[in-house]
Design a protein around this ligand. Structure first.
Ligand SMILES: Cc1ncc(COP(=O)(O)O)c(C=O)c1O
Length: 431
């Protein structure tokens, strides 16, 4: 089954054998492993990844969807080069963190105050604590299939079967303090939360690893109203959708406001980042000059607001802020979703193509995909086969994961995606 891949990736295979001895599964993040072994990247530029065997891949994974300007965009690289000479890490207050915070505040509705972290996981973790501190409630709620990173209380019901712990080592307390809600089902949410006092509802406005499934607008509005009624904070995890769906992220795209918004990925301009932001009245709980122990909510970290990340983030947001490029990518996303669906349907392959803006995902199923359950019930073996076939032919999706678009993707890149998809669809038809 993997013959072609194996014959093209001999050096990667040797690296994998070496890697396995020092890195569990030969990788630094379990999801980067795929069968028979991952290729190892030697360099990246624009829309392309190049592996150690000299293979070239059009990259639709884009560093976990972080690279909306593609790999190493010259504007960002130039800014970072200059900053490298001024210092890589200060560990003190500096102006770049103010500039990036001001830029985020200009772009994102309700982002009066911001704190930076080094990852989306951290940002969600601190957001959960802040919500608890602000409301005085312990429990939090999240959606089935929602991925918010590896923090215990949010690392619940991510993958099907949803009732099995996602990891060994999670405490009973963490699991008991998290209420799991059905996505795109307002009545279901209300039923689940009847009699519960939760500090916050965490939601990815478009489920990412849960299948690139967008929340319905009415559903998000309903959740907003419910939160207002019950004094629950609504937390948008916009680690994927932030600065991608619109300059102001999902809040702008949907016209629904959150109380706290969490960012990551794009905000770092290709460097490690996370952030959480919201109204002053909420964010002030992090202010040690206003709140003393035990009333303030802790956040911090050695590398927070690293000047390299701040520089790259600023350069990136300046390019995205007027929304022009984002609109272009969103239009291209519409076209891709439509065309991929058409390609499979004309080969009589049952398919649903989900996503929003410049995110898209294929599900081999007849059933409409409105939640993560439906995404997991689709034929995932076929999805792996489709993605591996694309990889063998120079188009990279991390198997089973959604694709993302960048401004570096060319017309030829998109044509190649369609061409290879058509070849695959024809193969399915004759099989
Ligand atoms: C929606 C969402 N939230 C949080 C995270 C965690 O971010 P990080 O991997 O930077 O810790 C991710 C990562 O993929 C994500 O997609």
């Amino acid at each position: 089954m993997f013959e072609k891949y194996i014959s093209k990736t001999r050096k990667s295979r040797a690296l994998y054998e070496r890697a396995k001895k020092v890195l569990p599964a030969g990788v630094s993040y379990g999801l980067r492993y795929f069968e028979p072994y991952p290729f190892y990247t030697a360099r990246a530029e624009g829309s392309k990844l190049f592996d150690v065997d000299g293979n070239e891949y059009i990259d639709f994974w884009l560093g976990h969807t972080a690279l909306i300007l593609g790999h190493s965009p010259p504007v960002v690289i130039e800014a970072v080069k200059k900053q490298l000479e001024r210092g890589t890490h200060y560990g003190t207050a500096h102006e770049l963190e103010i500039k990036l915070a001001e830029q985020v505040a200009k772009m994102v509705p309700g982002a009066e105050m911001i704190r930076f972290t080094n990852s989306g996981t951290e940002a969600n973790m601190y957001a959960a604590r802040l919500a608890r501190a602000y409301t005085g409630r312990s429990k939090i709620a999240k959606f089935e299939g929602g991925w918010h990173g590896g923090y215990d209380a949010l690392h619940v019901s991510v993958k099907h079967p949803f009732n099995i712990p996602e990891s060994a080592g999670l405490t009973r307390g963490a699991l008991q303090d998290t209420v799991v809600l059905p996505f795109n089902d307002l009545d279901g949410v209300k039923a689940k939360l009847k009699g519960e006092e939760v500090a916050a509802i965490f939601i990815e406005p478009v489920l990412g690893s849960g299948g690139a499934v967008p929340a319905e607008k009415e559903f998000l509005r309903g959740i907003r109203e419910f939160c207002d009624e019950k004094g629950v904070l609504l937390i948008f995890d916009e680690v994927i959708t932030g600065f991608r769906l619109a300059p102001g992220g999902a809040q702008q795209y949907y016209g629904v406001k959150s109380d706290i918004t969490v960012f990551g990925k794009i905000l770092g301009g290709g460097f490690p980042v996370g952030a959480f932001c919201g109204r002053k009245e909420i964010m002030e709980r992090l202010d040690t000059t206003v709140y003393k122990r035990p009333h303030y909510s802790f956040h911090g970290g050695t590398f927070t607001a690293n000047p390299i990340t701040m520089t790259a983030g600023l350069a990136t947001l300046k390019i995205l802020k007027d929304g022009q490029l984002i609109n272009q990518l969103n239009n291209l996303g519409d076209k891709i979703r439509e065309q991929i669906k058409e390609i499979f349907e004309s080969a009589s392959v049952d398919v649903q193509v989900t996503g929003a803006g410049s995110l898209f995902s294929v599900h081999f199923t007849k059933r409409e995909v409105k939640d993560a359950y439906a995404a997991f019930m689709a034929d995932r073996e076929k999805l792996v086969d489709y993605h591996l076939t694309l990889i063998e032919n120079g188009v990279f999706f991390l198997p089973t994961h959604a694709g993302a678009l960048s401004t570096a993707h060319s017309k030829a890149d998109i044509e190649k995606l369609f061409f290879e998809t058509e070849k695959y669809a024809k193969k399915c038809k004759t099989a």
